[in-house]
Design a binder for this molecule. Structure first.
Ligand code: SF4
Ligand code: SF4
Length: 370
């Protein structure tokens, strides 16, 4: 008999908290009655996963989930007595043919708010979305656009898993021949008001996916705090550049001129200064390493602009030239701390000395938005 494994309270806190810095002030842990909710029973919420135009990397990333493992997530229990019911996933489900399309029909005709709709990949809109279809009915393919329009109004929430469904990503890059649009825009145009949460990334970290789903299961949608791009702040509240181990090299003006050189990767096109995710602290592949740690510039895969108009290797402007959040506070001669604005000026001076354009001094894009 299979041993049952739950995400323990401790495990959930670890999952959520791994990349959460005090400086961000994230509040998943501020959920009213959070401690009690963890102990209470959760609602049994089915998840319908549609794979639109994608490389399937987001599914592969989810399958790499370590804590909990994907087996525990789907076959075990999230909390005692409850597990995630992945009712439909075209890549990993065993069923096929009419049998599985009937599942979708059941939810399309079902009562509103009874399931979570997860969308991976880009949704084409040109020519009624004919460029990407999942399944067929009466001999006609069903576009992922049509599935979205049928399922989204009935879903409790739409989770856009990955940058393609969130913002268009690589399939939506110019010249965008299939008319890919962010799902948020498609729903808005159709007047569908179902809440949308974006979990971008190319691919997204498995913790970002599992942690977001678990948070919704435990605390409801109200437990998620998101930024201006609809991303959960718990995972996307930190600026890569502010928390990069090479930030000292940037401040010293020590830049790599070619791949494999020592130094900050800014001149090789690093998008860390404009990218928001907790990669530097959470890290990837079971906390083994991350992009910059392995010598690659951050390509800003979590940002709406990805893959960037000209080139992923072009330099970006520095918009948030503050001292790294990992540095200790700055103490003046009289013993008082320099405020955020003054810190920005200091950071700005460093950036200017290094010869880079300071668009504007502010602590972070996200803070400005709030
Ligand atoms: S530019 Fe990139 S490599 Fe350099 S400090 Fe910032 S995030 Fe790190
Ligand atoms: S470091 Fe940058 S490119 Fe790498 S996963 Fe994080 S956001 Fe994406």
């Amino acid at each position: 008999m299979k041993e049952k494994k739950d995400i323990t309270r401790r495990g959930f806190l670890k999952l959520i908290g791994k990349g959460t810095g005090a400086a961000v002030g994230i509040s998943l842990l501020d959920i009213p009655g959070f401690q009690k909710l963890l102990a209470d029973e959760l609602a049994h919420v089915p998840v319908i996963w549609i794979a639109a135009g994608s490389c399937t990397g987001c599914s592969v990333s989810l399958l790499n989930s370590l804590s909990p493992t994907i087996q525990d997530l789907l076959l075990g229990e999230v909390v005692p007595g409850k597990h995630v019911a992945l009712e439909f996933h075209p890549t990993v489900m065993a069923g096929q043919g009419d049998q599985i399309i009937d599942i979708l029909d059941k939810y399309k005709a079902g009562k509103p708010g009874s399931f979570i709709l997860a969308y991976e990949g880009a949704v084409s809109t040109k020519d009624h979305g004919v460029y990407c279809e999942v399944g067929e009915k009466n001999g006609h393919g069903i576009s992922t656009l049509q599935h979205l329009l049928d399922l989204a109004p009935k879903a409790m929430a739409v989770l856009n898993v990955g940058t393609c469904s969130s913002y268009g990503g690589i399939p939506g890059a110019a010249p965008n021949p299939t008319g890919v649009k962010p799902i948020t825009d498609i729903l808005k145009e159709k007047g569908i008001k179902t809440p949308v949460v974006n979990i971008p990334g190319c691919p997204p970290h498995p913790d970002w996916i599992v942690g977001t789903i678990a948070t919704v299961l435990i605390g409801g949608l109200g437990a998620l705090k998101v930024d201006k791009h609809g991303r959960p702040l718990a995972f996307f509240g930190k600026n890569i550049h502010e928390n990069c181990p090479l930030r000292g090299q940037f401040d010293k003006g020590n830049f790599a001129k070619k791949f494999s050189d020592d130094g900050c990767l800014y001149e090789l096109g690093c998008k860390g200064p404009v990218a928001y995710a907790d990669c530097s602290t959470r890290m990837w592949n079971s906390s083994t390493n991350w992009c910059i740690g392995s010598g690659s510039p951050c390509v800003g895969c979590v940002e709406p602009e990805f893959p960037y108009v000209d080139s992923m290797l072009n330099k970006v402007d520095i918009h948030a030239a503050t001292a790294p959040s990992t540095y200790p506070g700055i103490i003046t001669e009289r013993g008082s701390s320099i405020g955020a604005a003054a810190t920005a000026v200091v950071g700005g001076a460093v950036g200017l000395a290094a010869g880079y354009s300071i668009a504007k001094s502010k602590n972070s894009e996200n803070e400005k938005e709030e």
